[in-house]
Design a protein. Structure first.
Length: 320
């Protein structure tokens, strides 16, 4: 029997997907999986509704939480857990209630009916905790906590100015795969330069790509053609083919603030990414309030999988 396609799965089915089953369902969807990233601790774009719910409503298949701290989980826009609140009264208490204090990745999945993943950053030890909190770092302990909290996949990548290198990513892929075992989906790579200037070298060498895969990455992050300067369709297609030949999938990423561009730009980026051969298509969080423009998530989804699949994803009930 053929693997179920994620594109056909209902919210109830998606809520229960994890590990190899989820990975195979993505592969079977043939380049029609939209991953929407949001900044977990930010208050939402619209009051009374989390950014995760907004992204889901506009066509996202998977959600990715950025700046999610596994030691102090918090997803803005959801009601804070009662045991996590302070003794504040009045307006401050109302504000705390909106912060989603204590809300975990697994609870978000149950809220929205989508598999939810978590970013973990393979930073050097010297990076200040004010820049990257301990609970956001790509360590085996944090990976275990993320899984315990319901994360369906882990993404090893870096935010701007964190200085994350391909060597650090490779090291932490190996560490997390060894600690967490074969079932959890590990995605790894760079969406942008993270403050490390690649102008004097190739963005990604064949040796580095092979290292990611050999040490346990299931999905390799690559920038969408037209996002990072100098990255063309031909270059990305070459990397995608290399990944596929070695048994890995690819996620083409839009993490350069172009997620707040015009819908025409979004549509072009999506089709160029399709031509490059990507399996998953990520749209970042740099619109307003920690989410891409909702209209752009919608345009991205329609460009990649058409209105039929987009409308179904937007409209299906949790009870199906």
């Amino acid at each position: 029997m053929a693997d179920q396609r994620l594109i056909d799965a209902t919210p109830a089915e998606m809520t229960n997907m994890k590990g190899r089953e989820l990975l195979l369902s993505i592969q079977a969807s043939e380049g029609r999986t939209v991953v929407a990233e949001t900044v977990a601790p930010f208050l939402p774009l619209v009051d009374g509704c989390s950014n995760c719910e907004i992204a889901t409503a506009f066509g996202a298949d998977l959600l990715l939480l950025n700046k999610y701290d596994v030691q102090n989980p918090c997803v803005g826009g959801f009601p804070s857990r009662s045991g996590a609140l302070s003794d504040n009264k009045g307006l401050l208490a109302d504000y705390e209630q909106m912060l989603g204090i204590g809300v975990t990745a697994g609870e978000v999945t149950r809220f929205v009916g989508r598999p939810v993943g978590v970013n973990l950053e393979p930073v050097e030890k010297e990076v200040s905790t004010s820049e990257v909190a301990l609970g956001r770092r790509a360590t085996p302990m944090n990976g275990e906590k993320a899984m315990e909290q319901g994360a369906r996949f882990l993404v090893l990548t870096g935010n701007p100015r964190t200085g994350i290198t391909t060597e650090a990513i490779t090291t932490q892929i190996k560490a997390l795969r060894g600690a967490l075992g074969p079932e959890i989906i590990l995605m790894a790579g760079k969406m942008h330069g993270t403050g490390v200037n690649p102008s004097n070298r190739d963005w990604l060498t064949e040796k580095e790509l092979e290292g990611f895969i050999e040490h346990g990455a299931d999905v390799i992050l690559l920038p969408l053609p037209g996002s990072v300067p100098g990255i063309s369709v031909a270059m990305v297609n070459k990397w995608v083919r290399m990944c596929h030949e070695r048994g890995a999938l690819t996620m083409l990423t839009l993490g350069t603030s172009q997620e707040s561009s015009s819908q025409g730009v979004i549509e072009r980026l999506a089709i160029d990414g399709k031509m490059a051969g990507g399996d998953l298509f990520h749209i970042g969080d740099a619109g307003f309030s920690g989410i891409a423009l909702p209209e752009n998530i919608h345009a991205y989804s329609i460009s990649l999988k058409g209105r039929r699949h987009t409308y179904r994803r937007m409209a299906q009930s949790h009870y199906r």
